[in-house]
Design a protein around this ligand. Structure first.
Ligand SMILES: O=C(O)CCC(=O)C(=O)O
Ligand SMILES: [Fe+2]
Length: 336
């Protein structure tokens, strides 16, 4: 009995922190929330990329040169990596637009599928002259590639669609840079959060391959991200995630509990930052691409037009989008 009680009290550490940051009344203090750029070296360390490192695909996929990336590791969380917004303004716009306009189209799966049959959610939101805000707010997730089954937690060949080539290419740039040369993006969850949304404590363990890292890309409003240990007894760290930030959960951190207890209004809007320069087709190199690089140039530059971007801007001003990319299969495995 005593043992059971001890177990319960230690198990509560993650939950306690989740409840603390989730609370609106009283509002939590943000004093202990780690902002990587302001944090002391006893908690966070900065890695400087090698000056030789770059990837010819970076600009085409909306990334700044790897040489300029600000990368952080966490003393308490080996295997956890944080990259502070390596995206260009145009890159931010490109990915936000993809997550709203393209990824929620059929045959991809959406949380709203159980209550309605919507072929193209974004088009449906603007079917009438006014934006259907209610429908807009209903979308909480879209799954890509091997569709995550929320009930069985099992991926199957029958429940799979084409993984977006641009997102596979973006993940490949990161994987190659981090030394995972055989990484294959095979499944993703795109999460859509509004100002009162939360994501409760969980681990992502449905993938067959748990050696491969998990890449998490965030855009729009900010969030408090909690990450603890492989059981809930470990007190989690609270980390501030801003638009453009990338979190990599690898090695020991791959199976750690994590959660999003709070969405916070963002202090900046990096998708608005003035001078947006054209991506030029001159940047296409002879590098081996997963897809047709010419396509990126066109769709990237479509987002320069401020007027056209208005609908996406309105959405992101009150929401956060997170793309969570995983490899499902082991190396040399062709199917489940
Ligand atoms: O929104 C986030 O930052 C995390 C999302 C997540 O953990 C997931 O989709 O499994
Ligand atoms: Fe997760």
């Amino acid at each position: 009995m005593q043992e059971k009680q001890n177990l319960l009290s230690v198990e509560d550490k993650f939950m306690k922190s989740f409840k603390y940051y989730k609370s609106n009344k009283p509002k939590p203090s943000l004093e202990d929330v780690i902002d990587v750029e302001k944090c002391a070296t006893d908690k966070v360390n900065k890695i400087t990329p090698d000056t030789c490192t770059d990837d010819p695909r970076a600009e085409l996929l909306g990334l700044k040169s790897i040489r300029t990336w600000k990368i952080y590791t966490f003393v308490r969380h080996p295997g956890l990596l944080f990259i502070r917004n390596p995206f260009t303004t145009l890159g931010q716009r490109y990915w936000v637009r993809k997550c709203l306009e393209e990824y929620p189209r059929k045959p991809n799966k959406l949380n709203i599928d159980i209550e309605m049959n919507v072929e193209d959610w974004w088009v449906e939101c603007f079917k009438n002259s006014e934006c259907d805000r209610q429908l807009q707010k209903k979308l909480r997730w879209t799954t890509l590639g091997y569709h995550h089954n929320w009930d069985t937690k099992v991926y199957t060949e029958q429940n799979k669609s084409l993984f977006p080539l641009d997102l596979a290419e973006l993940s490949d740039i990161l994987a190659k840079y981090l030394g995972y040369s055989n990484f294959k993006a095979e499944a993703a969850i795109v999460n859509y959060y509004h100002m009162n949304s939360t994501l409760s404590a969980h681990t992502d363990h449905s993938e067959v391959n748990l050696e491969a890292p998990l890449f998490s890309f965030s855009f729009g409003q900010s969030a408090i991200f909690l990450i603890g240990g492989q059981d809930k007894s470990v007190e989690p760290s609270a980390i501030l995630i801003k638009s453009g930030d990338i979190v990599v959960m690898s090695k020991e951190a791959r199976l750690c509990y994590h959660a999003v207890p709070k969405i916070l209004p963002s202090a900046e809007s990096p998708w608005e930052e003035v001078e947006i320069s054209n991506v030029s087709s001159n940047s296409i190199s002879s590098f081996k691409y997963i897809s047709q690089p010419e396509e990126f140039v066109g769709t990237m530059n479509e987002n320069i037009d401020n007027e056209k971007w208005n609908r996406f801007r309105n959405y992101i001003q009150e929401s956060r989008i997170n793309m969570n990319v995983r490899q499902v299969l082991n190396e040399n495995q062709n199917s489940i």
